[in-house]
Write a protein that binds this ligand. Sequence first.
Ligand SMILES: C[S@@+](CC[C@H](N)C(=O)[O-])C[C@H]1O[C@@H](n2cnc3c(N)ncnc32)[C@H](O)[C@@H]1O
Length: 270
Amino acid sequence: MMEPKIIHKLDLVINEVKKKTGINIQNFKHAFLERRILYRMRNLGISDYDEYLKLISTSFDEAKSLYAIFSINVTKFFRDPHVWKKLEQDIVPELLNKTRFSPIRAWSCGSASGEESHSISILLNESLHGHRFGYQVYATDISIDAIDHAKKGIYQNENLINVSTQRLNTYFEKSLEGTYQVTPQIGKQIEYEVVDMMKISGKLFDIIFCRNVLIYYNKETHEQIFKKFANVLKKDGILVLGQDESMIGTDGDNFFDLIYPKERIYKKIL
Ligand SMILES: C[S@@+](CC[C@H](N)C(=O)[O-])C[C@H]1O[C@@H](n2cnc3c(N)ncnc32)[C@H](O)[C@@H]1O
């Protein structure tokens, strides 16, 4: 159990981040925020919370640096390969069967540096081969740096371990320095936006990927976001969560059926 005094101080840090970066981290799990603040203080050699508060209240750069370590954007191409196999073998063919004329619309929510959105684009590019209609990927993140990276589409070997040699040769160009850049054929299908997932409305998708984003948020926020996803998904739309995420303990199952538990793939009810 946390002391009330610490909660108050945490609120002050949350306010400073909001004032200086415009980003609201109030809904992040507080235990997670505290762990990261202590980690940051240790890195700076600061052991006193008040001293850290003084620093963050006077330094825009510190608020930005602190926020950067909250938004952990660790990711990879085709993260959890068994999920992508299920998408390729069952989910996407089913979407194609029911979407006869309009393009398939996918949303990569919390796309980080773009590995997920590019994986979606590769998957849909391959699956739609020979079909007359196309696809669009909408990729969003709250981190400007992550979206800038995604737009460049340049990656190191370690992010590509799940990419087959055939895909590497087809969809990437290798530079002299040994990095890999996604080809324009794959990149041009993706629209990027720096935006908080809670602010998205007025759009309609066939499939949403929100993987390894909700782990940082509290249950109340999960409920709000599941409702939002249900609103922006078409009939029978698909939601893919991360391997450590679920709707257990929320009212998400009013809106979704868990159709592939191992892969954390849900289908909108109605
Ligand atoms: C661990 S990464 C996950 C990347 C990718 N989805 C994957 O599974 O590999 C989490 C990303 O979610 C983003 N994020 C966190 N809260 C967000 C929000 N409210 N709206 C949009 N993106 C958010 C972070 O900036 C970070 O880039």
